[in-house]
Design a protein around this ligand. Structure first.
Ligand code: TRP
Length: 330
C-alpha cells in the first residue's frame, strides 16, 4: 500500500515561483509514488479577514494552479477544506486536548498576533485545525516548508496526547520528504524567503504574471556591487537568480558554472527572465484552458471531496467512540 501524503496551501495572496519550485513541483514529482491529498485550506485563510468575493475566486485560482502545475486529479485528490465538514469537526475535538500554552508558543501566532489590534481566536487555533487536516486522513507524510515545521511538530504532540488519553487512534505524521529544488528568496531582498504576503512590487514573480511583467521584475532584481558572476564570491541575489534558472531549466551545477562564469549581471538577468518565461509558458496555457472549460474545475473539486469524505468520516467516528461522544455507528 502506498503511504498517504497530505499538504495544503491557503487561498490567499498570489502563488509565485517560490511556491512552484519549492512545493508544487515536488508534489507533482511524488504523486505516483504516494497516495496524495492536496487541500486548499480556506478555513485557515479566514483566520485573518478575507474579502468574501476575493476569497471565493482565490479558491478556484489555487485549484486551477495545482492542476496546471501537473497535479493529476485522477491520481491525487484535490479538495477544498470547507467542503469536508469533518475538518472543522475534528478540530474541535483536538482543541479540547490541546493546552493553550502550546498554542501561545507558536512563532507564527506570535508574529501574526503582534500585527493585529484584536486577536481572533481562530489565529490561536490555526495549528489545531492544521493538525485536524493531517490526522483526519491519518497522513504519514506531510511536505511543508520550514515555516510550517513547528506546526507539524505540534500536530504530532496533539496526536500523541490524544493517543495517550484515549488509546492509539492517530498515525504519527512524519515531518516531510526530502525536497529537491530551490528555496527561492525575494527578488528585492535575497535574505528573506519569497513570500506571497510580502507587499513589495518587485518582491516575487507570480505564476500568473504576464511575460513582460516577469521580465521587468527579474531585470530589477537586487544583486550586489560586483559587475559579473564570480562563483568564488557569489552574493545571495545572484545565487538566487541562478537557483531560479536551474529550477526552470534543470541544468546541472557544472552547466551553470560553465555558462554563467564572468557573465555581466544585465545579461544574466535577461537569460533568467527568458528561462522563467519559457518555463511558465506551458503552465500558463494549461491554466487558461482549465479555467475556460465550463464546469471542469467544479467537477474536480466535487470529486476530490467525495473521494476523501469516507476517510474523514471514518476517523471522526473513531474519535467519537474513543472519547465517548454519541456515535451512530455503535
Ligand atoms: N499552514 C500551512 C501553510 O500556511 C497550510 C496548511 C494547512 C497545511 N493545513 C495543512 C499544510 C496541512 C500541510 C498540511 O503553509
Amino acid at each position: 500500500m502506498k503511504a498517504r501524503v497530505l499538504s495544503g496551501m491557503q487561498p490567499t495572496g498570489d502563488l509565485h515561483i517560490g511556491n512552484y519550485l519549492g512545493a508544487l513541483k515536488n508534489w507533482v514529482r511524488i504523486q505516483s509514488d504516494y497516495e496524495c491529498i492536496f487541500c486548499i485550506v480556506d478555513l485557515h485563510a479566514i483566520t485573518v479577514y478575507q474579502e468574501p468575493a476575493r476569497l471565493r475566486a482565490k479558491i478556484e485560482e489555487i485549484a486551477a494552479i495545482y492542476l496546471a502545475a501537473g497535479i493529476d486529479p485522477a491520481q491525487s485528490r484535490v479538495m477544498v477544506q470547507s467542503a469536508v465538514p469533518e475538518h472543522a469537526e475534528l478540530a474541535w475535538m483536538l482543541t479540547c486536548v490541546t493546552p493553550v500554552g502550546w498554542l501561545e508558543r507558536m512563532t507564527q501566532y506570535k508574529t501574526k498576533a503582534a500585527a493585529q489590534e484584536s486577536v481572533g481566536d481562530g489565529l490561536l487555533q490555526y495549528p489545531v485545525l492544521m493538525a485536524a487536516d493531517i490526522l483526519l486522513y491519518q497522513a504519514a507524510i506531510v511536505p511543508v516548508g520550514e515555516d510550517q515545521v513547528q506546526h507539524l511538530e505540534l500536530s504530532r504532540d496533539i496526536a500523541q496526547r490524544f493517543n495517550s488519553l484515549y488509546g492509539e487512534t492517530f498515525t504519527m505524521p512524519s515531518t516531510s520528504l526530502p525536497t529537491v529544488g530551490a528555496r527561492v528568496m525575494g527578488l528585492d531582498d535575497p535574505t528573506a524567503k519569497m513570500s506571497k504576503s510580502a507587499t513589495g512590487t518587485n518582491h516575487a514573480v507570480a505564476l500568473l504574471d504576464p511575460p513582460e511583467k516577469i521580465r521587468k521584475t527579474i531585470l530589477r532584481a537586487t544583486t550586489d556591487s560586483q559587475s559579473g558572476v564570480d562563483f568564488d564570491t557569489l552574493g545571495a541575489g545572484v545565487a538566487n537568480l541562478l537557483a531560479i534558472f536551474q529550477g526552470f531549466t534543470g541544468w546541472t551545477d557544472e552547466q551553470v558554472r560553465a555558462h554563467f562564469a564572468g557573465m555581466r549581471y544585465g545579461d544574466l538577468k535577461k537569460q533568467v527572465a527568458d528561462a522563467v518565461i519559457a518555463g511558465l509558458e506551458p503552465f500558463q496555457s494549461r491554466y487558461r484552458e482549465i479555467v475556460a472549460e465550463p464546469g471542469y474545475l467544479a467537477g474536480v473539486l466535487r470529486d476530490g471531496a467525495e473521494r476523501v469524505r469516507p476517510l474523514a468520516r471514518e476517523t471522526v467516528e473513531l474519535v467519537k467512540q474513543r472519547m465517548g461522544l454519541f456515535s451512530e455507528l455503535v
